[in-house]
Design a protein around this ligand. Structure first.
Ligand code: KG4
Ligand code: ZN
Length: 333
């Protein structure tokens, strides 16, 4: 089954054709990052307009890249949430219109399920059950992935998402948007012990996250240094901040896997591109005898291939939700 999938929930317009939920036949991502960078973050109205300008041509050129035509497609899918309402509407309307014109079924997919499914595209051997860690710009989830469409939320962020806090600290350090990759790069040569920062665990046995206290501590440290006229070492701040985030993510992920007796961890979302996180969680998992999966970088950040995979499993196993195809900016898992 070939699914043509569209993703437009934030600042990337993306189209892909995915076969049987596992194989990417062709895909393209048109990033708007250079446009939003000027404003230090995503401007929703500009995002919607860019999606409108890009989407039709991107559908055509993606099919062309795969040597496919509309007659090769079996199902059309688009992200219905969570995300920016105007941005979602563009992709969803394009997808529904296409499905109607081609007389094909339509699936409104969940962006967060997409992030989980990104690992299915990269790792043919990965099957549920496993422990899912989804760390993106808007969400932080620890999940018991029981089946392809059945998840228990073990914990989530109570305030800032992991990616969001990377972006906010990067901004305070004068780094361009999105800041995560810049902090990642600087952290490699910084001292992670240079700044003493809190690791908020929220009590024993809690799998929820809170990063706002850490954010405030870093910002206070930067302000105090500025008031005293002290020069800060950007690499040391990046390394110390990143290590504080990683320590919490790693500790909770390993504890949850052990408590639930799951021998496999699959992490995904933009922050799973972080080199320190890949390395350190990899080492910890190995020590504990756990398997760790994560997608290649291009499938960590937003893309349409992951939506094609999520839509496939939704189409197969979650048919009752297929009629519910309006956008939902706050769609949960
Ligand atoms: O999953 P994603 O593309 O979009 C959302 O669904 O939110 O995640 C984007 C987030 C941004 O906050 C970005 O700074 C972060 O992922 N990110 C990283 C890295 N690459 C992207 N954070 C830390 N280290 C990275 N290498
Ligand atoms: Zn995302």
């Amino acid at each position: 089954m070939k699914i043509l999938a569209i993703e437009s929930s934030c600042d990337e317009t993306a189209v892909a054709v995915v076969e049987d939920g596992r194989q990417v036949i062709c895909e393209k991502v048109a990033s708007q990052i250079d446009i939003h960078r000027e404003y230090g973050g995503v401007v929703p109205e500009i995002a919607s307009r860019q999606h409108v300008e890009t989407i039709s041509e991107l559908i055509d050129s993606t099919l062309e890249k795969g040597g496919l035509s509309f007659s090769d497609i079996d199902v059309v899918a688009a992200t219905r949430g969570p995300g920016l309402v105007g941005a979602l509407l563009v992709g969803l309307t394009a997808g529904k219109t296409l499905a109607y014109a081609l007389d094909l079924p339509f699936v409104g997919a969940n962006h967060m399920q997409g992030h989980i499914c990104a690992n299915y595209l990269a790792h043919p051997e990965l099957e549920p059950p496993f422990l899912g860690l989804v760390v993106s710009g808007g969400h932080t989830y620890l999940l018991h992935v029981k089946d392809y469409t059945n998840y228990d939320i073990l914990g989530q962020t109570l305030d800032d998402a992991a990616g969001e806090v990377f972006d906010k600290i990067a901004r305070a350090l004068g780094l361009p948007y999105p800041g995560g990759p810049h902090i990642d790069a600087l952290a490699k040569t910084g001292d992670p012990k240079a700044m003493e920062l809190p690791r908020v665990m929220l009590g024993k046995g809690s799998y929820d996250f809170s990063f706002s206290g850490l954010k405030t501590a870093v910002l206070n440290g930067l302000n105090q240094a500025a008031q005293k006229g002290q020069k800060i070492d950007t690499e040391d701040v990046a390394a110390s901040f990143q290590q504080a985030v990683l320590d919490v993510l790693i500790e909770k992920t390993i504890s949850a896997a052990k408590e639930l007796n799951l021998d496999t961890i699959a992490m995904s979302g933009g922050v799973s591109a972080n080199e320190g996180l890949r390395l350190q969680l990899g080492e910890r998992a190995k020590k504990e005898g756990l398997r760790l999966f994560y997608p290649p970088r291009a499938l960590c950040t937003d893309n349409a291939a992951m939506i094609g995979s999520a839509a496939y499993y939704q189409y197969l196993y979650d048919k009752e939700n297929l009629s519910d195809i309006g956008v939902d900016p706050n769609l949960g898992l």
